[in-house]
Design a binder for this molecule. Structure first.
Ligand code: CA
Length: 226
């Protein structure tokens, strides 16, 4: 799960980032308005955490832009501004949640997970496609009740495919989603190919249907009715 953290206070940014990474999120961050806008416009995120008072601009404008761009991105405002107006305006502009500072990091994680579930998996704790069952919060994957041991990378790949089931995802979109900022430094096609191959093999070994399809010249698709 890929998260963009927009926060100008360095210490806070660092601690949120470390905490989220520890529990398995891929985190990118921005520390002012222009860099946040650039990232938000250029890349797709499962969720965006946005501070309102930023150098060179307002987080509210980022909320407005994000909401226009993609209804599936979860948006949580994290703000020290306790004013009710800000909260109402932020939610009116399309933010999904509002967490006043200071907050406890586990609470942020709980809200983030709930939000992503709501946005991408219709609020379900587990995603089931016949023989395949995935519990995102527990990083658990089962085929016919048997646990499949996946690496973090393979799990993220599978979750991204399932969240976009029956749609062709381009190699670029997958690489950016799963590797984020590291993507520029990787040999994309080779990396993706080998991770995808191993993921598919592990699922098939446990008796899963052959759901992951290569769409030549385009990318990959996970089929819900294989
Ligand atoms: Ca701030």
């Amino acid at each position: 799960m890929k998260v963009l953290l927009i926060e100008d206070e360095q210490e806070l940014r660092r601690s949120i980032r470390a905490f989220l990474q520890d529990v398995g999120f891929l985190v990118e961050s921005a520390n002012d308005f222009p860099s946040a806008m650039e990232k938000a416009e250029q890349y797709a995120y499962d969720a965006v955490l946005v501070d309102i008072t930023l150098p060179k601009g307002s987080g509210l404008d980022i909320v407005r832009m994000l909401r226009k761009q993609n209804p599936n991105t979860g948006i949580i405002i994290i703000s020290a501004k306790g004013s009710l107006d800000d909260k109402i305006l932020g939610l009116d502009l399309g933010a999904d949640d509002y967490l006043p500072k200071p907050f406890h990091l586990p609470e942020l994680v709980a809200r983030l997970r709930a939000l992503i579930r709501r946005k991408q998996f219709a609020g379900n704790q587990a995603i089931e496609l016949d023989e395949l069952r995935i519990v995102p919060d527990d990083k658990l994957v089962e085929v016919n009740g048997q646990r499949v041991d996946l690496t973090v990378m393979q799990f993220d790949l599978l979750l991204f495919l399932v969240a976009n089931k029956d749609r062709v995802l381009s190699r670029t979109a997958i690489v950016e989603h799963v590797w984020g900022e590291m993507a520029d430094r990787l040999d994309h096609d080779h990396f993706l190919y080998s991770h995808m191959k191993n993921l598919r093999k592990k699922l098939l070994e446990k008796g899963s249907k052959d759901r992951i399809q290569t769409v030549y010249g385009l990318g990959y698709r996970l089929s819900s009715h294989a």
